[in-house]
Design a protein around this ligand. Structure first.
Ligand SMILES: NC(=O)c1ccc[n+]([C@@H]2O[C@H](COP(=O)([O-])OP(=O)(O)OC[C@H]3O[C@@H](n4cnc5c(N)ncnc54)[C@H](O)[C@@H]3O)[C@@H](O)[C@H]2O)c1
Ligand SMILES: [Zn+2]
Ligand SMILES: [Zn+2]
Length: 368
């Protein structure tokens, strides 16, 4: 079939929206008609050419939500008409990581996904007979996509898909960092560095866990206002004095849980230093630049602080994304506050511009 899609043709150039060919689903694959897709930093990071693992031509996009239009052979867990959220972090349910409750890093299709292939080593996307590669196993800047069954989370059809798509990446990453990776205990004190999609999700996650005090640190007054809306009890302007200010706020001890959602290694260090001696847990969700390292005084660890990393919030996507969407439907998560701009597929490059200008939290592409 012919679909319209935003193709990364050349790094550091605007994406080119055009008609491409999409082959139907093979065994274990599903054709999804997209209704909405968020524009995320990772798309821009790859488009810019800074990501050393990037490739072109490829159809970008990974924050998708849509409706199943066809299923390939052997697909048993999804049916035509199901509403789904796309997962760049799949859940096969069978690999050594999937059967462990200690990680969400499914091993089933990693290598092929990183190469821009579907699990059988080929692509369903092409143009004039030349293959176009898939991105993050999702390629959702498109009217439709073919994805592995294990990378689709079936959600309650009552959820509006232009909100549900935000659970495909940043929002779930933040919520999961607090709820799954850190497993914040009720009554605790939390500090979240960064009030973008991920940090605001972490603030909401801390609130859902029953944290008593949630301090959010950012450079933007407007974003700190949004953090209050998600449950931050205190807000603070970031900078070199942030650790001293947090220690002062917490009787000299630091927080029970800290979260890093900026991607800046100096802020990661602050997040470690702002964690409490004895049991403070620092969860790093931000992605640092290539080759950057985290500088930590080992004594901080000997005296009981711990550091954890969190990919996609530690969530097993097929099981846990639908649960988060249910909590949104129950009124426990204010997703509307994150949907800042609604754009068309043809305006995808404007989505990047808005993101670079920090105009709003998320631009969402909707497909008519
Ligand atoms: N671990 C994962 O699976 C995963 C998934 C998605 C995104 N990420 C990463 O999470 C990070 C955050 O993503 P986002 O979409 O929320 O980004 P974002 O750019 O929207 O938000 C980052 C925020 O950090 C703030 N900030 C910058 N310097 C600061 C400082 N010194 N002190 C306090 N705040 C500061 C900015 O003002 C901004 O609001 C990125 O590094 C992104 O790559 C990780
Ligand atoms: Zn993303
Ligand atoms: Zn697996």
């Amino acid at each position: 079939m012919k679909i319209r899609a935003a193709v990364l043709e050349e790094f550091a150039k605007p994406l080119v929206v055009q008609e491409v060919d999409l082959e139907g689903p093979r065994a274990g694959e599903v054709l999804v008609r997209l209704e909405a897709c968020g524009v995320c930093h990772t798309d821009l990071y790859t488009a810019s050419g800074v990501d050393p693992s990037g490739y072109a031509p490829a159809v970008l996009g990974h924050e998708g939500a849509g409706v199943v239009e066809a299923i390939g052979g052997d697909v048993t867990s999804l049916a035509v008409g199901d509403h789904v959220v796309t997962l760049f972090s799949p859940q096969c349910g069978e690999c050594v990581h999937c059967v462990s409750d200690r990680t969400n890093l499914c091993l089933a299709i990693r290598e092929q996904q990183n190469l821009g292939h579907l699990p059988d080593g080929t692509t369903r996307l092409s143009r004039g007979g030349e293959p176009i590669r898939h991105f993050m196993g999702t390629s959702t800047f498109a009217e439709a996509t073919v994805m592995p069954e294990i990378a689709l989370a079936k959600i309650d059809p009552a959820a509006p898909l232009d909100r549900a798509c935000l659970f495909a990446c940043g929002l779930s990453t933040g919520l999961g960092a607090a709820m799954q990776t850190a497993q914040v205990q009720a009554g605790s004190t939390c500090v979240v560095f960064g009030a973008g999609m991920v940090g605001l999700g972490a603030v909401a996650g801390c609130r859902l866990q029953g944290a008593e005090r949630i301090v959010c640190v950012d450079l933007s007054a407007q974003r700190l206002e949004l953090a209050r809306g998600q449950g931050a009890t205190d807000v603070m302007t970031g900078g070199p004095d942030a650790v001293a200010e947090i220690l002062e706020l917490t009787g000299g001890f630091g927080a029970d849980y800290t979260f890093e959602a900026t991607g800046n290694v100096r802020v990661m260090r602050q997040a470690v230093e702002a964690a409490r001696m004895g049991w403070g847990l620092c969860t790093v969700a931000g992605v640092a630049g290539r080759g950057e390292t985290l500088d930590v005084v080992p004594r901080l660890l000997i005296t009981g602080r711990r550091i954890a990393g969190s990919s996609f919030g530690g969530l097993k996507g097929r099981d846990q994304v639908p649960q988060l969407v249910d909590r949104y439907l129950a009124g426990e998560i204010d997703v509307d506050a994150f949907l800042s701009h609604r754009i068309t597929l043809d305006e995808v490059n404007r989505g990047f511009e808005l993101m670079e200008a920090q105009d709003g939290i998320r631009s969402v592409i909707t497909f008519a």
